[in-house]
Design a protein. Structure first.
Length: 191
């Protein structure tokens, strides 16, 4: 499937038509995008920042930048836990609340929203792999067992997730930011 998260290089053209009314190049202009769209971008910015931090720590581990497992554990675990929990919660809200509401607002983008929902399933597998690797590393570090293999597995799980997560965040923005800007927040006034 050419639109699968792990194989696509960009959002398929069939789902990019909303951009004509709200091109990415104008998003930084004050007042150009909806307030909720700007908030969505802030949340995605935080995810990118945290992904960069945990990826950087994993790379440091792989390159021998930690003298022992415990300092790596102390730095990566709180960041990784916050990243995993927040991204999972964000995706659940999108899939359960926002995506169905977006389809009701703009039925022509239903296939694009369904693509993003399929992405969530693929991303969930990546998040689970990172959590499992983190738990294995954490157990080994707490028991003072040799942790090269679990530390390497954790760094590898994070590395494997970087490109697909970046792809998903970017592609979701290409649909959601114009959709929110052109049609408004479907839950405005209901909070």
């Amino acid at each position: 499937m050419t639109d699968h998260l792990f194989t696509r290089e960009r959002l398929p053209d069939d789902f990019r038509w909303l951009e004509a009314g709200c091109p990415r190049g104008e998003w930084a202009n004050p007042g150009r995008i909806d307030e909720m769209a700007a908030h969505w971008l802030e949340i995605h910015g935080w995810f990118r920042h945290m992904l960069g931090e945990v990826h950087g720590l994993g790379t440091r581990w792989r390159e021998g930048g930690f003298a022992a497992p415990q300092p790596f554990q102390a730095e990566i675990m709180p960041r990784l836990q916050a990243f995993l929990q927040n991204l999972d919660g964000h995706h659940q809200r999108e899939s359960r609340m926002y995506f169905p509401a977006f389809i009701r607002q703009e039925p022509r983008i239903a296939a694009g929203i369904e693509l993003l929902d399929r992405d969530h399933e693929a991303v969930h597998g990546l998040l689970e792999a990172m959590a499992e690797a983190a738990n294995a590393f954490n157990r080994a570090a707490m028991e003072y067992k040799p942790t090269d293999a679990p530390g390497e597995a954790l760094a590898a799980a994070i590395e494997k997730a970087v490109v697909p997560l970046e792809r998903h965040l970017h592609d979701e923005e290409d649909i959601v930011v114009p959709l929110l800007t052109l049609h408004g927040d479907p839950f405005a006034g209901r909070r």
